[in-house]
Ligand binder design. Sequence first.
Ligand SMILES: Cc1cc2nc3c(=O)[nH]c(=O)nc-3n(C[C@H](O)[C@H](O)[C@H](O)COP(=O)(O)OP(=O)(O)OC[C@H]3O[C@@H](n4cnc5c(N)ncnc54)[C@H](O)[C@@H]3O)c2cc1C
Length: 439
Amino acid sequence: MSRRHSRVLAAVLAIVDDAAITTSIAFRRRRKQHWIGPTKKIIALVFESPPVMLDYVSLEADLDQEERMIRDTAREFVDEHVKPDIGDNFEEGTFPTELIPKMGELGFYAPNLEGYGSPNVSETAYGLLMQELEAGDSGFRSMVSVQGALVMYPIHAYGSEEQKTEWLPKLGQGEAVGCFGLTEPEHGSNPSAMNTSAERDGNDYVLNGSKTWITNSPISDVAIVWARDRSVDDQPVRGFLVETDRDGVTTNKITDKISLRASITGEIGLNDVIVPEENVLPGVTGMKGPLSCLTQARYGIAWGAVGAARDCFEQARQYALDRDQFGGPIARFQLQQEKLAEMATQITLGQLLVYRLADLKERGDLRPQHVSMAKRNNVRMARDQARVAREIIGGNGITTDYSPMRHMANMETVYTYEGTHDIHTLILGEDLTGIPAYQ
Ligand SMILES: Cc1cc2nc3c(=O)[nH]c(=O)nc-3n(C[C@H](O)[C@H](O)[C@H](O)COP(=O)(O)OP(=O)(O)OC[C@H]3O[C@@H](n4cnc5c(N)ncnc54)[C@H](O)[C@@H]3O)c2cc1C
């Protein structure tokens, strides 16, 4: 029995009253119930690992049919296509690009948009999708949220009819891949200081500059490039659709990452790249363009981080039940139980926050600062809990046979991209006091 594919049978005994089982942990996969004794009903739930999906306060009980279906589809996709190879992908620094159209077929790219092939599912359904994908690996959630929230969303919100018709169906199906070019080598947390420029030349624009740390850029067909329009007096930031096969575009891969390894990251070089004016996103001018996209993506990250933390919890809990030391499972030690209790509590608090955000988003009351709070809190929570989970798994925990160390490494990126933890602190600080403290 290999560790990677461990199929350890475990039994949980629950003493219940005459009513149905009310445990709030849903046991999935090959569940068997053994009734022991007619009066005192002791139920042994026998399952294969990893069996639990932590939902301690039964938030999933309120999901509608479509939301359950999307959650289950994503869980099955992760079980079948992500988990078996993710340790190898992480070690090798590869992303299985052959799954990109498969994820399109399953409707993973921006299903919360309406029209052009997108079904306009609920914000809860979208969040659950992000949660399940990140339970697999942050690299998958990153690929999907860049494609959906950072590429399809701006085209949908600010694009011309021609841009929408040309790109949204292809991107939605995973027949084309997109990336979002905002960060520059000298401008990360302060993207408004960007140097990338666009100069009008007749009916065209000429783009120059460089972007870095761009998820998907080496495999992209199109990049949304944010650049300052130098032909206008106040040099506003504009969004440009730049096909990556245009002359002067380079997309070198960044290879030496030790976080988010199962994700393709690169640069975008723009050297006198000519794009027609039809490639400008007509519906937005200024930093509102990129920042509004980031709000969409950060919403998904806040959900996704809960998925990563939940996966860590499940692995740690199972390990604690399976691992014997000093004559019995380490789960019987109070020290280990305290860790599990704290993990379950923190994950549940993170879940409550994102479910509330979904309601606010649905009714149009979600503010970017709400999203900052959730991204900031949930990613920190996942980063902290991944470390605790690794601790419970002991020496085995530092291998790719178990997910927590991989999630922990991934969370270093997630903590930093889409606004660092510090920047979200400053956003909240400004919202709470009215005083900006960025400079
Ligand atoms: C794997 C990966 C994928 C990414 N994908 C994309 C992508 O697809 N598209 C894209 O455009 N970008 C992407 N990014 C870039 C990411 O958004 C930036 O790394 C992030 O915004 C931080 O910028 P920086 O790395 O330049 O850090 P800096 O801005 O240089 O910050 C360094 C440190 O200083 C702190 N700091 C900065 N300003 C302040 C301040 N005012 N007060 C207090 N502390 C401050 C920061 O919190 C941080 O701790 C990605 C990054 C990574 C690592």
